[in-house]
Write a protein of this length. Structure first.
Lengths: 414, 422
């Protein structure tokens, strides 16, 4: 009879291998290099294998061979395509942090790494901030002095935070509860998205809890400040743990979801029990809705949406290894014509493509995606990640929204 | 997660099965722990090159070859199934323009200047068949470390075995127009999609053409716009241009991967790259779910059918336990091909090892055998390099086996469903 293999113990074995020792599995097949969208367009980044498993041999303590690892955007495609399970992107992320520790983190990167601080500082001077960021005459000196590229997409600060709205939003009692992890972007820049997430979840008959919450630390991690990132991630996990242990944590920011699920543990090495617990029950919003549908519990009282929409799955969403659940769920909406954009990376890499020295690389990486979008000429572009949405919208001129906004509309929302 | 058919592995066998099943109306999920063999492959379709002497006609040689190798995976599809799978492949990869005849192998140059037999080549290698001799110019790019035209040309001049006509070769090294930085093949390929770069390369080549009837170049002629790059160079040079695949990463293999992945998505299939299948659950004689890894916790994928296309020992489809036991890791299937107590490795590194022939044995339909001797499950099929009985690198049969068995696994599933419906 069929033999059961103990899957869990196999998984533990792989996890136990750790990030750095995994480079021993590298057979130099170059699959990661040929899949890397950054190495393809710039000589400044020699490729994930070269700066990763290869250069790692020359890194002893604080010493690093050169700066090139800073031109990795952290998209993680290399780790996903590696057939030998080498944690290439994770090795490179750690190497970058080591480099920064040694040489210091520029003021600009310190700033970009703290969206919560930017949001908090920007809100009192909101009209000025939003005007300044939209005005080329201001963006030129900003580029010269701070190093944020004048053409890079920068979000606008919303008049009220999502948390302010959530505090007044009446909590609906229901048997099934979920915790909503909204992230900084929803709080300061796109509170509308948060309200729609709550509406869609409540429409399923769920009680939505929205604890006070800070930044997950991902931008700090990708800008090389690991100590601060660890503090942020641990604090957030404790905040989200306010509900009992079986309650799922639902995230609408896909890169922040991945931070909780894996990166804080794997890259930062956080072992706090709160984080370990939360990472096991964090769900991407569409991953959760797809599960509901497969259990026959998703409401399907949709109104037809007669639109052509093109969907781009961002890297950090793909790195969750959950497939493309937004496509699975939106396929249920009548009238909707869904086009799957078969591209890996838009090029922005969180805060990578905003930087003066990397903007052109970022645009070259995204060129294929932008041209596919223009060729498809959809009514709307859908993408789960906020920084990618802003980048794609700015680069193509097409409106780019979170797929959840479309689902909200399909439920008759406005 | 729920799917009608789960394919484990995204190499030639897995993608073939996945595309066919998706076109057949099933919800298909292809899960792969990484990109499979294709980014490393030459992009040609080998069917049978040595049996063990050089094969001129795979169609002619296959019946005798199967008689001599009754456990060979080709027995699952049979010759007819193999031919159907090749025809299906040519149609599915139409943008790449594969061509060739099962009745005649083509002899194409290797990057060291040897000649090797293969059945189908993409359009970019249409002029690479030097089996009938020829006058070729081999052009490299100075600074590109993986392609040495003088070495290649010299060896190629000696490669043609009598009574085949001679291959007359000349070598030239071109100056790359632009930055002389590091030149990985994928970046060269992308740069060559710029017409200005091509114009300047072609201008250098033009004066060197002489009597050459064809020009061989390293296989870096574009990725997304490869057809345009190739056609443009032929037009500028006024004679056939062919690619010579070399060290990985291989652009012809990557183009094939791009093309098949796109065909899977176009057919409505899903590709889950980076997840590893780790275990399965069964109900009576049926596999009902496979557990795969995700970023934070494994998830069960409920499925009606499974195609196991995880490759051989080199890609983790077969693993060796610390106690020396060989095993298929997802279902715990027994591995055949090694006698009890037989050492898996020989003494000479670059020679045949007993381990090379191990793999899964199947029933006549391609269902792998379990520990009890019969099929492990009624809805589990195996395809590609995970199968026992072939020695692809020696036979030159790798792509043929993967296509034929991947195609056949889908055929068995689809025809089973048709019978159920009738």
């Amino acid at each position: 009879m069929p033999r059961e293999v103990d899957g869990m113990s196999l998984l533990m074995e792989t996890e136990g291998m750790g990030v750095r020792p995994s480079l021993d599995g590298c057979i130099k097949c170059t699959i990661c290099e040929s899949a890397c969208p950054y190495a393809a367009v710039t000589e400044r980044f020699p490729g994930p294998k070269t700066v990763g498993p290869q250069e790692e041999r020359f890194r002893h303590g604080p010493l690093s061979a050169d700066w090139s690892v800073d031109y990795c955007s952290g998209c993680g495609i290399c780790s996903r395509v590696c057939p030998q399970d080498v944690r290439i992107a994770e090795i490179n992320s750690r190497a970058r942090a080591q480099l920064k520790e040694q040489r210091g983190i520029p003021l600009r990167d310190q700033l970009l790494a703290r969206p919560d601080v930017m949001g908090r500082l920007g809100r009192p001077i909101r009209p000025l901030f939003n005007w300044a960021m939209g005005t080329p005459l201001v963006r030129f000196p900003v580029e010269r002095v701070i190093g944020i590229h004048r053409k890079a997409a920068v979000p606008t600060v919303a008049p009220r935070t999502f948390q302010q709205w959530a505090r007044r939003h009446p909590r609906r009692p229901a048997q099934d509860r979920v915790v909503y992890f909204h992230g900084c972007s929803t709080n300061y820049f796109e509170p509308r998205l948060g309200r729609m997430v709550v509406a869609v979840l409540e429409h399923q008959g769920l009680a939505v809890e929205i604890p006070q919450q800070g930044c997950c630390g991902l931008p700090l991690q990708s800008n090389g400040n690991f100590p601060a990132a660890r503090t942020y991630a641990t604090r957030l996990a404790r905040q989200l743990r306010s509900a009992p242990s079986e309650v799922p944590v639902i995230a609408s920011s896909t890169s922040c979801a991945l931070m909780l699920k894996r990166e804080a543990r794997e890259i930062l090495g956080v072992e706090d029990p709160a984080l370990v617990d939360v990472s096991q029950r964090t769900y991407d919003i569409f991953e959760y809705l797809r599960d509901l549908h497969e259990q026959g519990r998703l409401k399907t009282d949709f109104v037809p949406v007669e639109l052509t929409v093109a969907y781009h799955a961002p890297c950090q969403q793909q790195n969750q290894l959950i497939g493309k659940p937004a496509l699975d769920v939106l396929a249920l909406v009548p009238g909707l014509k869904l086009v799957e954009l078969d591209r890996d990376c838009c090029g922005v890499g969180g805060t990578y493509g905003i930087k003066r020295e990397k903007y052109e690389i970022s645009m070259a990486v995204g060129a294929g995606l932008f041209s596919d979008i223009k060729h498809t000429a959809p009514d709307l572009v859908l993408c789960d990640s906020e920084t990618c949405r802003w980048h794609i919208a700015k680069a193509t001129g097409f409106p780019v929204i979170h797929p959840l906004e479309l689902l909200h509309r399909a439920y008759g929302g406005h | 997660m729920i799917t009608d058919a789960l394919v484990i592995g995204a190499g030639t066998a897995g993608l073939t099965a996945g595309i066919r099943l998706a076109r057949g109306g099933l919800r298909v999920t292809v899960v792969a722990s990484g990109e499979g063999c294709l980014p490393l492959a030459s992009g040609t379709i080998d069917v049978l090159g040595f049996a063990p002497e050089a094969v001129q006609s795979p169609r002619g040689a296959l019946p005798g070859f199967l008689d001599a190798n009754p456990e060979h995976p080709y027995r699952i599809s049979g010759l007819a199934g193999l031919e159907q799978s090749l025809a299906w492949f040519v149609k599915t990869t139409e943008p790449l323009g594969y061509h060739g005849e099962l009745s005649r192998n083509q002899w194409v140059p290797t990057v060291l200047g040897g000649l090797r037999p293969t059945a189908l080549v993409p359009r970019s290698m249409a002029a690479a068949d030097l089996g009938a001799g020829g006058e070729v110019l081999i052009a490299g790019i100075r600074g590109f470390r993986d392609f040495h035209p003088a070495l290649l040309a010299a060896n190629l001049g000696r490669a043609a075995a009598a009574p085949a006509p001679a291959i007359r070769t000349r070598a030239v090294e071109l100056e790359w127009p632009g930055s002389a930085g590091d030149m990985p093949p994928f970046r060269l390929a992308r740069r060559l999609e710029d017409p200005e770069i091509r114009r300047r390369l072609a201008a250098q080549l033009h004066s060197q053409l002489g009597d050459a009837t064809a020009v061989g170049l390293p296989a870096v002629l574009g990725r997304e716009r490869a057809a345009e790059v190739h056609a443009d160079l032929e037009q500028r040079l006024g004679r056939p241009v062919f690619e010579i695949p070399g060290l990985p990463p291989s652009l012809p293999g990557l183009r094939l991967f791009d093309c098949m992945r796109r065909a899977l998505l176009d057919a409505g299939g899903r590709l889950l790259m980076g997840s590893t299948a780790i275990s399965a659950t069964h109900h009576r004689d049926t596999v009902d779910s496979v557990t795969i890894t995700q970023a934070s916790r494994p998830v069960k994928v409920s499925t009606g059918f499974v195609v196991l296309a995880t490759g051989g020992f080199a890609t983790g489809g077969i693993v060796r336990q610390p106690d020396g036991q060989l095993q298929e890791p997802v279902f715990g299937l027994p591995v055949h091909g090694l006698a009890p107590g037989q050492e898996p490795f020989g003494d000479v590194y670059l020679a045949e090892h007993p381990l090379d022939r191990v793999g899964l044995s199947t029933d006549a339909e391609g269902r792998p055998l379990g520990v009890a001797g019969g099929p492990h499950a009624v809805n589990l099929y195996a395809a590609g390099a995970v199968l026992a009985g072939a020695l692809p690198w020696r036979e030159k049969s790798g792509e043929g086996v993967s296509l034929a068995t991947g195609w056949h696994a889908a055929e068995a599933i689809l025809s089973g469903r048709r019978e159920d419906a009738a």
